[in-house]
Design a protein around this ligand. Structure first.
Ligand code: SF4
Length: 377
């Protein structure tokens, strides 16, 4: 039988977060009256995880949402976690935010709000809950913390990193600014708070062109995603300087691979994320952020579609568009997959891992994110 306690990837060999992304318990305690989240909210007993008739009944409607992805014989392993998380979430008054790349049992069965990183950060500012459990990677939880300094932000696995975020440090950006004095710095939200603190305005994959165009300068630093910057450069007359960061999921796609799909079925629509190489985007019928891709599929209802992005996203939306046939070249993000039901339960039981940003960095980083949010585009 499936053992959920062993599920989830260890990522890039258990890659440790870089110094600028580490937790800072001293600041955490300073920010919350000298107490950790466990001290403030208390630790509770781990719930019984037996698959009882009561659990089966309480979770039956949730299984309907994931039955195409989880075989019925495996549900008795998932259901006790789903039931325990939903119960404890209510008792704690917590809200669970899940990124579009989370697995279907997290996305459909325990989350309260789903979306891309910017949507989640914005939603985090709107929820009443004092506790937010962020099911995504560390920079997303950090962004939620930046925008919600008074709230308690928990991430079920603090090692859930990101190859883009970890490609650059605040010190690297300071060196770039020395080398290119006066050139505005636009950084992708997929970066640490330390990098955001050195930034003029953040951007997402959906608004990067508008953010770059918002500056008077003829030259703009657009970092750290080299491919996003190259895709932006095709849509602006400004000179774009960039950095050699890549998303390890999106960089694996090739134009030749996608053209082979097209050759096999000319009716297939190919929809790509701008973190892919420009040669890949050139053979796509549409390119946009994860939310943009989802909206495109919902609005246009292609008969067959290939989403050139993390594999779980197709699984998460296919029940909403049953008339669409998804072709899935399955590239998974090992960092996103560190988040599992057992770890979410542990987070709620033990009030860990609390996400903290040094207040001196947070104030500057928040400005860069807020400037992006306030840009009219
Ligand atoms: S999919 Fe790519 S950009 Fe997103 S978290 Fe994973 S490595 Fe980072």
């Amino acid at each position: 039988m499936l053992d959920l306690s062993k599920s989830g990837s260890e990522g890039r060999g258990g890659m440790a977060l870089m110094e600028n992304q580490t937790r800072n318990p001293a600041s955490a305690q300073a920010a919350h009256g000298g107490q950790t989240a466990a001290e403030r909210f208390g630790v509770v007993e781990r719930p019984d995880l037996t698959y009882t008739p009561e659990v089966a009944e309480a979770t039956a409607h949730l299984y309907e949402r994931v039955k195409d992805h989880i075989p019925a014989f495996e549900w008795p392993v998932y259901a006790p976690y789903v039931h325990a998380i939903n119960k404890l979430k209510k008792e704690r008054g917590a809200v669970i935010l899940a990124h579009n790349y989370q697995t279907p049992e997290i996305f459909h069965c325990v989350s309260d709000i789903v979306g891309d990183s910017l949507q989640l950060a914005r939603e985090a500012t709107l929820v009443d809950a004092e506790i937010i459990v962020q099911c995504g990677v560390h920079f997303m939880a950090e962004t939620s913390k930046l925008l919600n300094p008074e709230k308690t932000i928990l991430i079920p696995d603090v090692k859930a990193g990101c190859s883009l975020s970890e490609s650059i440090t605040g010190a690297d950006v300071r060196l770039l600014k020395e080398r290119y004095p006066g050139v505005p710095v636009v950084t992708y939200v997929n970066t640490s708070a330390d990098v955001k603190a050195e930034t003029d305005v953040c951007c997402t994959s959906s608004n990067a062109v508008a953010v770059v165009e918002s500056f008077d300068s003829d030259t703009v630093l657009c970092i750290p995603d080299e491919y996003l910057a190259m895709n932006v450069a095709k849509q602006t007359s400004k000179k774009i300087l960039t950095w050699k960061g890549h998303c390890e999921v999106h960089e694996r796609f090739t134009a030749a691979e996608l053209l082979a799909y097209k050759e096999a079925d000319p009716t297939i629509e190919i929809i790509g994320h701008p973190e892919c190489h420009p040669d890949v985007i050139a053979v796509c019928d549409y390119s946009g952020s994860t939310s943009g891709m989802i909206n495109y599929v919902k609005d246009t209802r292609p008969s067959r579609v290939l989403l050139v992005t993390e594999c779980s996203m197709a699984s998460n939306i296919e029940s909403e568009v049953p008339d669409v046939d998804f072709v899935k070249p399955c590239n998974l993000c090992p960092h996103m997959k560190r988040i599992t039901l057992p770890k979410i339960l542990d987070s709620l039981v033990n009030m860990t891992e609390e996400v903290i940003v040094d207040p001196a960095i947070a104030d500057r980083a928040r400005l860069a994110v807020e400037r992006m949010i306030n840009l009219k585009n």
